[in-house]
Write a protein that binds this ligand. Structure first.
Ligand code: ADP
Length: 607
């Protein structure tokens, strides 16, 4: 027996032809006697029909299996469109449609054409996108599949102009409904032939539609989650960038202006102002673009702690820990502000509130610091004059210019002189530190000979050294390059370190000074001042350069001091571009190191 080759596109036709032949023969059999030959032919035909039917079934079930398998892959992956395309191609093969489409519901409840495919499995062009919305709409609305074998004469669509205009004929439409929610529609049509879709196609597609709706709903859900996630990531990135931007400076005005700029960008606005609560109500601190904020609307929003969202303006209250601190007032004229941005802009406003509060605190701190520096500076100046006069009289008394002093008087006058010197020292240090902190101490660096400065400092400490009978040694490199330094301040650095070394080293101890150019840092002169004194424990070393710190030790307490010398010294060294550090151990002496840049030939006198 000759086998029948199954060609999917011709299968139905072959079957119809065979059925017709058999029917004709049955007819002949009823009317007359069947010859042996005819009976044999009949049996063969019947067998062929059965085979075709079986093959057809197998073919269809294979195709259906593939379709279901494919539809499993409709997920939120990047390939979900490609999967939908393959599903559509399979649907077209099964139903022998000329064209097919997936129309999916968008967020506004309207249908978007998502996938199109022609009989060759290719998406069709925009120009070919001619279909009847009324059929699609009807199917979705009624939640029922629609099959029309000749739409042109179907009374249900008599009023649809597009059906006539586009010459639509056979149409099969299946709604995709998941949990009562319309997901979209599968649409198939044939313009060339009519009546090609069968009830069986409809039944298959309707069953498949249920399955596809679930897959599509899941994919949409994932896609929404993905979109929401990437939107969140974008928002977080913006917030992070804003925090970085606002934290680069605590300059009050800049923080205000940048905050407004970030809020404008986030809201998609055109202009904006930031207002902070002040004694007079609300004070507008910074404005970007053209805006005339409505103060009463702003205050209303601030005190009700509620944002105001309108198409032309957004008013966002700023608060810290539930306490209203101000408002962001954003406007747009040429475009509409979107309510969907409000949530994000509100989050941004929370961050702005933090930055504003920090800038405000910093500003208050800066002002308080300034006031304190001013106060210290004024008081120190005021104290200096009477102190000089006190010192003068005490010196005069001591010299005996007002009559010879007895031993006790001498002792008292000596105490006055010692203590006035101490106070003078304190006043000088206080003045220095307040100038440094207020940024008012300016250096005048020039090319100087380190050795000359050292000699100058030695004069100052000579008496102290002699008094304690300490050994002093000096080792300065020959051919040392010039230093780039303010000579007065360099002298001050050396005096501070040397007098500390003397103060905190017992009688007949040793003080050694070494100055050289280290090979590992050849652009800096290094100076080391070593003593054989009381030393400093590791714990105290950490706090050594902070203001007013003195080691808690009776050996220290018996020495005069303010705890300001090292703080001033560190500042002075660093203002020169150098650094300072120490090596020390309790009871084993200390070495203080500091560096000062060398004067490059082209750099000398450059400041
Ligand atoms: P002071 O006026 O107390 O000397 P400084 O700021 O110069 O203030 O020094 C801070 C503290 O560091 C001193 O009180 C002392 O405890 C410790 N110190 C500084 N130099 C030495 C040193 N060479 N040897 C031991 N301790 C030192």
């Amino acid at each position: 027996m000759e086998t029948l080759k199954i060609d999917s596109s011709q299968t139905k036709e072959t079957l119809t032809q065979l059925q017709q032949l058999i029917q004709e023969q049955r007819h002949a059999l009823k009317n007359g006697a069947a010859t042996g030959e005819l009976a044999r032919q009949m049996a063969m035909w019947e067998q062929m029909v059965r085979q075709v039917q079986t093959d057809l079934m197998l073919e269809k079930s294979a195709q259906l299996n593939m379709l279901y398998e494919l539809s499993h892959n409709i997920n939120a992956s990047l390939d979900w469109r490609r999967t939908l395309q393959s599903v559509m191609n399979a649907v077209i093969r099964i139903t022998e449609a000329e064209r097919g489409m997936f129309l999916l519901s968008n967020d506004d409840g309207k249908l978007d054409v998502e996938i199109t495919s022609n009989a060759s499995g290719e998406p069709f062009s925009e120009a070919d996108l001619k279909f009847s919305y009324s059929i699609v709409g009807k199917s979705l609305q009624s939640e029922r599949p629609i099959l029309t074998t000749n739409a042109q004469i179907d009374p249900r669509f008599q009023n649809s102009d597009s059906i006539i205009a586009y010459g639509l004929r056979s149409i099969l439409c299946v709604p995709l409904i998941h949990e009562g929610e319309p997901q979209g529609v599968i649409y198939l049509d044939n313009r060339a032939k009519s009546g090609i879709f069968t009830q069986e196609d409809l039944a298959i597609l309707a069953a498949f539609g249920k399955h596809a709706a679930v897959a599509i709903a899941n994919a949409q859900q994932h896609r929404h989650t993905d979109l929401a996630l990437s939107e969140k990531v974008r928002e977080l990135t913006i917030l992070q960038e804003m925090a970085r931007d606002l934290n680069t400076s605590l300059n009050y005005q800049r923080v205000m202006e940048r905050s407004v700029a970030w809020a404008i960008a986030a809201a998609g606005a055109e202009a904006g102002s930031i207002g902070l609560i002040a004694e007079e109500g609300l004070r507008w601190e910074a404005t970007v673009g053209q805006v005339e904020p409505d103060k009463s609307a702003a205050l209303h929003s601030v005190y009700r702690k509620k944002p105001l969202m309108e198409s032309f303006r957004m008013i966002l209250p700023l608060q810290r820990e539930e306490r209203p601190i101000g408002v962001l007032y954003l406007t747009a004229q040429d475009r509409e502000l979107k309510a969907s941005k409000l949530e994000f802009v509100l989050r941004l406003a929370d961050n702005v509130a933090i930055a504003v509060e920090n800038a405000r605190l910093y500003e208050a701190l800066r002002q308080a610091n300034q006031a304190k520096s001013d106060f210290v500076s004024i008081v120190s100046h005021e104290l200096r004059t009477p102190m000089t006069s006190l010192q003068g009289y005490a010196d005069t008394l001591y010299r005996g210019a007002a009559g010879e002093l007895n031993a006790q008087q001498r002792e008292f006058v000596e105490a006055i002189r010692r203590n006035t010197r101490r106070m003078q020292l304190l006043v000088k240090d206080l003045l220095d530190i307040s100038r440094i902190e207020a940024g008012r101490l300016k250096l005048t660096p020039r090319s100087v000979d380190f050795k000359d400065v050292l000699t100058e400092a030695q004069h100052f400490i000579a008496d102290q050294l002699e008094e304690k009978e300490q050994v002093f040694s000096l080792d300065v490199w020959n051919g040392l390059p010039k230093a780039l330094a303010d000579p007065d301040r360099l002298t001050q650095i050396l005096i501070n370190l040397l007098s500390n070394a003397i103060k905190y080293t017992p009688y007949r101890g040793t003080i050694a000074v070494r100055v050289w150019l280290p090979s590992e840092e050849p652009d800096f002169i290094r100076c080391a001042i070593t003593d054989t004194g009381i030393g400093i424990g590791a714990q105290d070393q950490v706090r050594l350069f902070t203001k007013f710190f003195r080691v808690d030790n009776p050996d220290v307490k018996e020495q005069p001091g303010t705890g300001l010398g090292l703080a001033i010294t560190k500042n002075l060294v660093e203002m020169h571009g150098g650094r300072i550090w120490l090596e020390s151990e309790r009871a084993k002496g200390s070495t203080f190191f500091f560096t000062i840049p060398i004067a490059m030939p082209e750099m000398s006198l450059a400041f």
